[in-house]
Design a protein around this ligand. Structure first.
Ligand SMILES: NC(=O)c1ccc[n+]([C@@H]2O[C@H](COP(=O)([O-])OP(=O)(O)OC[C@H]3O[C@@H](n4cnc5c(N)ncnc54)[C@H](O)[C@@H]3O)[C@@H](O)[C@H]2O)c1
Ligand SMILES: O=C(O)C[C@H](O)C(=O)O
Ligand SMILES: [Mg+2]
Length: 472
């Protein structure tokens, strides 16, 4: 699909400041030029009005950087219009970062200073020294999550390094705060070595109530998570694996009600056997789906393949019961469900035609899905992506804020399969029978009910599974 076919969105929006000759008809000419070249106009503001010139800010949603440039060039070519300035609203929003640390207690008098800081603080330090567990009560630890990445699998952008990963980790911290009231701190490590990552996280763990591993590529993420869970007594949760699995399972529970199919009857093709793909597969199996065919860049993952790493060999042993071989397109025949956790544009309309009746397609690669909804809609019964700008956003943000809120509230030592399943049902059940449609299988990320429902379900499951440290 060419970028010309995409819908313009706020993620590529610009504000153009134009100096416009002050005479009737000019604004109409400008708006029709923008429309003719495929831009969507948002706000139009007057910045300055002189007798002969009006300066206006016009916000335009575009499809891409190139598209924005084209529109600006055409506006600049109009007689009586001068482009004064163009700003990218997404970059403006990121200037100086998206989060900050705030003080919770007043610090205006000497008395306050002597309690919050030296000498009073020393008594609190000594109390924690006597009873280390008091760190939960007397410090930021109880409500703070480290969002840790090595920058190796950032969204679907791949290995872009720790600095380039910061905006996403800041974003996760911001979501934790906004949606769950939990503090998240972005930590991007300058190493991809498993031992170094594990040791670093263990050494900084005293400050945190939980660890959210983020955008760490497979297969290293599996070992890092396993080893940290073993060494730490606070929850360690790899969001790309389990947050994604929780939300994908929630979405599938509701999608199956739309097409009236059962988990046992399904053929599922899942492309991208990395962190997310592997965890989603395990959780689908836990919900009773047996016929899952995993596909990597070489094609179907089978027990006969000799090129598989340890994680994929384990995957092959547990999936593809009929040992299907071949390319992604070849194994799509009669599939009821396609799940993409790989990269952009890996399937086409022809692949959708090969699927069974009423196909369900979850194209979850970010930021560019395996197939764009515009292209898929006419050929599928249910379509979902990970993006904010289409219906059915299957994104781990529906899980991780509530998951951490619930786990921190009961001071859980771990996050168990039971807690994840409870979270999946909590997300799915947010949509009742009357409101469920093909375009509404998962709640909106802005649905305020979701976080608390997930948190409550997670906390209850933590008590049931014996990992809560508070009394129920
Ligand atoms: N919607 C969500 O909530 C959500 C959550 C997590 C991950 N994701 C997306 O899923 C994708 C994978 O993330 P991850 O964390 O598992 O990364 P990862 O690096 O652990 O795994 C990605 C896997 O996909 C494979 N892959 C890439 N392109 C492929 C292709 N064309 N065909 C077959 N396999 C291909 C890679 O080889 C790798 O094994 C990313 O695009 C990410 O943005 C979405
Ligand atoms: O960050 C997201 O929006 C989802 C997910 O964690 C991803 O890596 O794509
Ligand atoms: Mg991620």
């Amino acid at each position: 699909m060419h970028s010309e076919e995409y819908v313009p969105t706020a993620s590529n929006s610009i504000t153009a400041r134009l100096a416009i000759e002050n005479k009737p008809g000019m604004l109409a000419e400008i708006t029709s030029t923008i429309g003719k070249h495929g831009g969507n106009i948002g706000a139009i503001d007057i910045v300055r009005a002189r007798d002969s010139v009006l300066v206006r800010d016009i916000t335009i949603n575009t499809r891409s950087d190139d598209h924005a440039r084209t529109i600006i060039t055409h506006l600049g070519d109009l007689k009586g219009v001068r482009v004064v300035d163009v700003s990218d609203r997404t970059f403006l929003l990121h200037l100086g970062g998206k989060i900050e640390v705030n003080s919770k207690v007043p610090l205006r008098t000497r008395d306050q200073l002597s309690m919050a800081y030296t000498p009073g603080v020393a008594r609190v330090c000594e109390a924690i020294h006597d009873r280390p567990d008091d760190a939960h009560r007397l410090t930021i630890k109880s409500n703070t999550v480290a969002v840790v990445s090595d920058g190796t699998a950032v969204l679907g952008l791949g290995d872009i390094g720790p600095e380039a990963a910061i905006p996403v980790m800041e974003g996760k911290a911001q979501l934790l705060k906004e949606f769950a009231g939990v503090n998240g701190f972005p930590i991007c490590l300058d190493t991809t070595d498993v031992d170094e990552i594990v040791d670093t996280v263990v050494r900084m763990a005293p400050v945190f109530g939980a660890i959210n591993l983020e955008d760490i590529g497979a297969p290293r993420c599996f070992e890092i998570e396993d080893r940290l869970r073993e060494r730490l007594d606070i929850p360690v949760f790899h969001d790309d694996q389990h947050g994604t699995a929780v939300v994908a399972v929630a979405a599938l529970i509701n999608a199956l009600k739309i097409v009236d199919k059962t988990p046992e009857s399904l053929k599922v093709v899942l492309v991208g056997i990395g962190a997310a793909g592997t965890a989603v597969t395990h959780m689908l199996q836990n919900m009773g789906i047996e016929n899952i065919i995993g596909v990597d860049r070489q094609g179907a993952v089978t027990r006969d393949r000799t090129d598989l790493n340890k994680a994929k060999r384990a995957y092959a042993a547990q999936t593809n019961p009929h040992n299907l071989t071949g390319s992604l397109s070849e194994v799509m025949d009669d599939a009821d469900v396609f799940i993409g956790l790989s990269g952009p544009n890996v399937i086409d309309v022809d692949d959708l035609h090969r699927m069974a009746d009423d196909p369900i397609v979850f194209a979850m690669a970010n930021p560019e899905p395996e197939i764009r909804p515009e292209k898929a809609y006419p050929h599928v019964a249910v379509m979902a992506t990970g993006r904010s700008d289409y219906p059915n956003q299957i994104n781990n943000v529906l899980c991780f804020p509530g998951m951490f809120k619930g786990a921190l509230a009961c001071r859980a030592t771990d996050i168990t399969d039971g807690m994840k399943l409870a979270a999946a049902y909590a997300v799915a059940d947010t949509i009742d029978d009357a409101s469920r449609t093909a375009d509404y299988i998962v709640p909106s990320v802005f649905d305020k009910a979701v976080v608390d429902r997930v948190a409550e379900a997670v906390e209850a499951a933590a008590h049931e599974e014996g990992v809560a440290r508070t009394r129920s």
